[in-house]
Design a protein around this ligand. Structure first.
Ligand SMILES: [Fe+2]
Ligand SMILES: [Fe+2]
Length: 254
């Protein structure tokens, strides 16, 4: 239990939409690929719907914390991120803060793995950059996108080595695909290279334990570098509002 996570509030099933019915949760198609091919859970769920009068879930899931009506960035940390993502982003940003990095680098560290927090892992740098682009400077979004590629390439001039964790995650022979190699080359020649490189330098893996960080210490930096929409993330009609809504209601059938 992380002491700084806000206490979640849940609705009783009777207070949720579609009350009084069994609500079926269909996994995202991306989660349905299994080692032996594509698993096809839809047919069984449709049969259950026909046989029992159950419905597919739409709206608030009783098993997930309620989000504020106008959610702000840190609400997603508190109520949607897994503990690992919560710790990882806060500890990375705190390292950058303690190292005296600029607020641009600190906010980039705080946001860099936001996609793996509660949306999607694959190509997380690209997804994360899109999620935050309307709310941060172009430089921050750029740095978030390119950190994904830069993690695979050492830079001796700043003491960055290929992460040991990657040898474990992917095996010692892993070679990143061509688009990642190209992204690395592009980034090397870009004026914002060091912003993205500094994300990788403060990017640490703390899966458990370590010093717990109170997200409130970043309130002022977020206020200066992340334009929180008045309507709340997910409801501002921005080109990425649907990504934030998907985290609020991840179990919607459609
Ligand atoms: Fe990352
Ligand atoms: Fe990271």
């Amino acid at each position: 239990m992380i002491p700084y996570r806000k206490k979640p509030v849940f609705l009783a099933p009777t207070e949720c939409p579609q009350a009084g019915r069994e609500r079926l949760v269909m996994q995202q198609p991306l989660a349905n690929f299994t080692a032996d091919g594509v698993h096809e859970p839809e047919a069984a769920l449709l049969k259950r719907m026909n046989d029992t009068g159950a419905v597919f879930m739409m709206g608030q899931n009783a098993n997930l914390p309620v989000m504020p009506e106008r959610p702000r960035l840190l609400d997603f940390f508190h109520y949607r991120f897994c503990d690992i993502a919560f710790r990882h982003l806060l500890q990375s940003a705190k390292l950058a803060l303690d190292a005296g990095q600029s607020e641009t680098v600190i906010i980039a560290c705080l946001l860099h793995d936001i996609s793996n927090g509660a949306l999607i892992r694959s190509d997380h740098g690209y997804w994360g950059a899109q999620m935050v682009a309307p709310y941060v400077s172009e430089e921050v979004a750029w740095a978030v996108q390119y950190h994904q590629a830069l993690r695979y390439f050492a830079d001796d001039s700043v003491g960055f080595k290929y992460p040991d964790a990657y040898n474990q995650f992917f095996g010692p022979d892993y070679e990143p695909p061509e688009y990642i190699q190209k992204a690395h080359q592009e980034a090397r020649n870009h004026r914002w290279y060091m912003t993205s490189r500094l994300i990788t330098i403060h990017d640490i893996y703390s899966f458990e334990g370590g010093k717990e960080i109170d997200p409130a210490i970043f309130t002022d930096i977020i206020g200066r570098h992340f334009r929180e929409p008045e309507e709340g993330l997910g409801f501002d009609n921005s080109p990425v509002a649907h990504m934030w809504r998907t985290m609020i209601w991840p179990n919607n059938f459609l």
